[in-house]
Design a protein around this ligand. Structure first.
Ligand SMILES: Nc1ncnc2c1ncn2[C@@H]1O[C@H](COP(=O)(O)OP(=O)(O)OP(=O)(O)O)[C@@H](O)[C@H]1O
Ligand SMILES: O=P(O)(O)OC[C@H]1O[C@H](OP(=O)(O)OP(=O)(O)O)[C@H](O)[C@@H]1O
Length: 297
């Protein structure tokens, strides 16, 4: 199939082709029922059930493609968006890929505060963000900083040991990489997580764009909430409804048992244990919690 000629009437959606964000981004597509088959070695996949083309790109290139309107939507980290200095919409936090961009120094070295690094050499893959950070620290415009910022594309944590940096600015999640390299963090430049990003001048169909955003929002909600069902004495309704107010409102149904009603409501997944305990204490019975496989909100 001539892929390029099949792109014209499709909404172009940029997806991280590898690395930390790839798997979760692909699972969001699956949850949104955007079906596709990606042939080996090809970085473009046409959706088989929607007029969408998925363009698999390095996470760091996605802001540029979306910022220039070459792709309508993308999934990437806020760190990549800020580093690229592009103007895009960030309609949805996808709640994964959370980490911090931090200033890191040798553990037993002389530096304990970022101010001590002014005029020194800093290595990072995020040179724009690092320059901005030190410009603020030095109180001068970016092009007048005395701190030397050098670019390294990967394994940044080795830079201090190799003698090319006094400190690094790199991503930290668990901190394992940092500690293994004998480094410690002294400051946070940015907190980041993966977001859905959107062109300010999308070329694709606006209704389709809205549908995709709403499907992804539904996937996020389905991940955040579970569905809780229980029976409660009518007399305890005011109390149990305080525990399960629902996203909008709980559903209350009559049941064939005098003085009892059935209640169902969405509750936050992370609260489900506490909610069930509290409901039981207030006299609720037959409490059940179900997964929500998908929803529209
Ligand atoms: N340890 C981490 N924990 C959570 N999210 C991370 C982590 N490392 C990176 N990310 C997020 O994933 C994005 C892509 O990082 P990743 O290291 O996967 O890049 P990549 O596309 O594989 O490119 P590279 O070849 O430069 O490693 C980062 O910009 C950040 O938003
Ligand atoms: O705090 P941690 O949980 O250890 O994660 C941090 C590491 O994760 C990222 O690198 P990645 O492993 O993706 O490889 P890279 O160095 O090639 O980018 C980042 O650049 C750090 O090195």
């Amino acid at each position: 199939m001539d892929l390029v000629n099949h792109l014209t009437d499709r909404l172009l959606f940029a997806i991280p082709k590898k690395g930390r964000l790839n798997e979760r981004a692909v699972s969001i597509l699956k949850g949104s029922d955007i079906r596709f088959h990606r042939s080996q070695r090809l970085d473009i996949a046409l959706s088989t059930n929607m007029p969408v083309a998925l363009i698999f790109l390095p996470a760091s290139d996605i802001p540029m493609f979306v910022g220039e309107g070459k792709c309508d939507l993308g999934i990437t980290g806020v760190d990549e968006v800020k580093e690229s200095e592009v103007d895009v919409e960030l309609p949805l936090d996808l709640q994964f890929g959370a980490c911090k961009l931090q200033v890191q120094v040798p553990e037993n070295g002389p530096y304990t505060k970022p101010e001590q690094l002014i005029g020194k050499t800093i290595v990072s893959s995020f040179t724009n963000l690092t320059k901005k950070y030190f410009a603020e620290l030095e109180g001068v415009p970016v092009d007048q900083i005395t701190t030397k910022i050098r670019y390294v594309g990967g394994s940044v944590e080795a830079s201090c040991a190799l003698g090319i940096a006094d400190a690094i600015v790199d991503l930290v999640e668990s901190g394992e990489t940092m500690r293994a390299a004998g480094l410690t963090d002294i400051s946070t430049v940015l907190e980041t997580s993966a977001h859905l990003i959107e062109s300010k001048n999308p070329k694709g169909d606006r209704d389709l764009l809205q549908t995709i955003k709403s499907r992804i929002e539904g996937v996020m909600t389905a991940q955040k909430y579970v569905s809780c069902h229980y029976n409660a004495p009518t007399s305890s309704l005011p109390e149990v409804l305080k525990i399960t107010p629902g996203r909008r409102a709980p559903t209350i149904s009559k049941i064939d048992d005098e003085g009892w009603v059935a209640v169902s409501a969405m509750i936050e997944r992370k609260q489900k244990g506490i909610v069930m305990d509290e409901l039981k204490k207030k006299g609720a019975a037959d409490i059940m919690v179900f997964e929500i496989s998908n929803c529209r909100v």
